[in-house]
Design a binder for this molecule. Sequence first.
Ligand code: PLP
Length: 476
Amino acid sequence: MDTTEFRRRGKEMVDLIADYLENIEQRTVYPDVEPGYLRSLIPEEAPEDPDTYEDVVKDIERVIMPGVTHWHSPYFYAYFPTANSFPAMLADMLSGAIGCIGFSWAASPACTELETVMMDWLGKMLKLPEDFIAGTHGQGGGVIQGTASEATLVALLAARCRAVRMILASDPQRPETGITSKLVAYSSDQAHCSVERAGMIAGVRMKKIPTDQSDKYAVQGETLRRMIQEDKAAGLIPFYFCATLGTTPSCAFDHITELGPICNAEKIWMHIDAAYAGSSFICPEFRPLLNGIEFADSFNFNAHKWLLVNFDCSTMWVKKRSDLIGAFKMDPLYLKHDHQESGRYFCTDNSLFRSLKMWFVFRMYGLKGLQDYIRKHVELAKEFESLVRADQRFEISADVVLGLVCFRLKGSNEVNETLLKRINNGRKIHLVPCLLSGQFVLRFALCARTTESRHIREAWRLITQLAEEVMQELPH
Ligand code: PLP
């Protein structure tokens, strides 16, 4: 493909994308295919001679679309959202064209510098404490990761490094393996599974802190304090706590104003995982949910979930850049450059120019546009909550704080499991479940940018219709 053809095909592709998104609600939100469906639709091997662009485009509808779950359909209510906006898509095109990799400042100065400044912009939108802002002289700052799971792991590895160095500083003879085998990290029993996996990768114990319904599934200070004391008495070394703001099952918020001072006093690294909820903190009415951030060592959320910046863009801040840089520093000759010692920039990351999409989105929506977007989803969630509450057969299973509604039919898990199966088999709307205090619960998450009240009401009509059927068939 030469430049002339690229100009033409590029415009056609933009039309194809616009048509896809404009008409997405006519598609079945959840694909009706069996595992392995795709292999039989394409050759076993790459073509020896080139295919034409027309051939490739023709196969999008034949091969790809039948197996696509349409995350941006207004009938998609599963998981948590993943962002999708036109400014971000355009920025991604440019990023692909520039095609640089920002592994050091010198590798592409604009890439590294824009990332630092965008993370400051976003940090200021969130009203993060000054400590997390890089500015021109700050000790802290932000760096983009691919996912929240990566951020949790990066923070855990940095915390492990800091803990080992602190102990070695006072006891230089102690063997390092003797220290790491005693390290213990904590997170909520509601934390995302990636936190437990981070512990496995880092080779440290990860203990789950129990929560319960009466405390709205939030980790309590007293519980953490007790576990730390018990572990210290048993000779273990507590070093990391991952708090969650907006848990995956029910969007619960750990009490970081209580937990933070405990971590600080015990020299435990507190990381905050706000993968979904973090975007909402740009609204003053939701910002109190982040109170206590001043006690954290690191904080992360996925701008690619709910802030209109397409995947991947998981934004992570630390109070001390030196904690990360020190933990991961590599110094080969081929990475040396004349501005090495400025120390202003993180380069923990080998990515394309991801900050370009933040720049496009922040400028073209403005803070107000982004706030409106968050508020609209929260209002729609409240609308759905009212529909559920108005129906005596159903109950709400957790407080609706943001854009997630956890609900169930009053009755057995079997009834609720059957209801969800019917909903998803119908393929008109798509939801996933969670387990709260042993109860099977349906999660209704506001996801698509284009979801409106009429979609919510249609979804509810469908859910109640299917519930009627299920309740007639099964004892509840
Ligand atoms: N943490 C929380 C609270 C989440 O809800 C999720 C995903 O929904 C994750 C972490 C994992 O995010 P990622 O897929 O970006 O690793």
